[in-house]
Design a protein around this ligand. Structure first.
Ligand SMILES: [Zn+2]
Length: 398
């Protein structure tokens, strides 16, 4: 191997000070004495004791929805999911900047914060057809050097209440979308069986996973979760299905919670939370103890659903910890991993420790531990992608 960069004075999660030898896009060596004997002419980077961390993975965003790149657009309120869908459609018709431009601007911001992989839901409905998907797929080409992108064909307007959408979901997977989405089988389509039949049929046909938005609450939401888990097992899709939001898990009694968590754990259905506003949310620590895979993601970043969000996963993890009263070092470190290794596993990204042979994709944060990083949320971070520094201090340098 020919060294391309030496990184000195990096701190591992265990607290050891190490050097890393990079050989192009891989870590060739890592250890306290790894730099010994390396040609002094090889470029060097002093990590100044900064913490070496896995890159962030944002496992749930909407590249086609974001309004980043436009002047601030005031939020249009809507007190139900259905009203917000209509408000968003009205707004969408007036937005002049393309999905490519807005989504590209968001990807650049995410990369600047150290997020190197994302899963983007993309609206599929009978008005927009596959246009949003085609735009997001083009971002894989234009921005793939910064961020790896997975796509979910997302029926934001429902499936049964927007006839023709099921066929479009099928066409979306054929056109290159990675997963089939879904949305509130009861709350939006008013037909749990019909909605799940439609989306699982497409997933089964192509052998792809699903990622389903579920806002339906209480016992109804829990029933839908168990239905999703049963169908996951029936189709052999264990480990390939995510339910996003699953607010219901935050409002169940002990017996229903235990029964539902056990089914989720057995089926490998993962739960995503963005720790959203004043609504119940899945208790991530309790779910993890029950063997349910969880992860944290930004979801809406400055769009018709929310004027908030800056794209920084460290900020999102901090919000999660605030909302779930996670304060110990152990809990904060576990929460950090909800934005790195947990979603990486679900998206099929590298999940091993940073060692010789690993991709040279990582962040260096000015913190002594994962807990301090979550508590302080430092912006002064250095982002390595493919063995090169692509961002410092929250700004891209490539
Ligand atoms: Zn979403």
């Amino acid at each position: 191997m020919t060294p391309s960069l030496v990184i000195e004075n990096a701190r591992t999660e265990a607290g050891a000070i190490v050097s890393l030898i990079l050989a192009n896009d891989r870590i060739a060596a890592i250890g306290p004495n790894a730099a010994a004997g390396i040609d002094p002419a090889v470029p060097r980077f002093d990590a100044a004791g900064g913490l070496l961390c896995h890159p962030f993975v944002d496992g749930h965003i909407h590249l086609d929805k974001t309004l980043i790149g436009l002047p601030f657009i005031p939020h249009i309120p809507g007190d139900t999911v259905a009203k917000r869908i209509e408000a968003e459609k009205s707004l969408r018709r007036t937005v002049s900047l393309s999905v490519e431009a807005r989504g590209g601007a968001l990807l650049e911001r995410l990369a600047a914060y150290g997020t190197l992989s994302v899963r983007s839901h993309v609206d599929i409905d009978t008005e927009v057809g596959l246009k949003g998907l085609e735009a997001v797929l083009s971002l894989k080409q234009s921005h793939g050097h910064l961020v790896d992108i997975q796509t979910v064909a997302f029926p934001q307007s429902g499936v049964l209440r927007d006839p023709g959408t099921a066929g479009l979901l099928d066409a979306a997977i054929a056109a290159g979308a990675d997963l089939v989405g879904g949305l509130d089988p009861a709350g939006i389509d008013n037909d749990v069986t019909g909605h799940l039949d439609a989306i699982f049929a497409v997933a089964g046909k192509y052998g792809v996973g699903l990622d389903i938005h579920l806002h339906d609450g209480g016992a109804l939401g829990a029933f839908e979760l168990r239905q999703i888990a049963d169908r996951t097992v029936a189709l052999g899709l264990e480990g390939k299905v995510v339910v996003s939001h699953a607010f219901c898990l935050g409002e169940l009694g002990d017996a229903d919670f235990g029964r539902t968590a056990a089914v989720l754990a057995r089926s490998g259905v993962a739960i995503m939370t963005s720790a959203p506003g004043p609504v119940p949310m899945p208790p991530v620590k309790r779910l993890a103890a029950a063997g349910v895979r969880c992860f944290c993601a930004n979801d809406n970043i400055r769009d018709a659903w929310s004027p908030f969000g800056n794209g920084d996963m460290l900020e999102r993890v901090g919000i999660l910890c605030d909302r779930q009263d996670l304060r110990s070092d152990e809990d904060l470190a576990a929460a950090f991993r909800l934005a790195t290794l947990a979603p990486a596993e679900i998206l099929g990204r590298p999940v091993g420790s940073l060692q010789a042979g690993s991709p040279a994709d990582f962040n260096i944060l000015p913190a002594a531990s994962l807990a301090e990083a979550v508590a302080a949320r430092p912006l002064d971070r250095t982002v390595f992608r493919g063995g090169a520094i692509i961002a410092r201090g929250g700004r891209l340098i490539v």
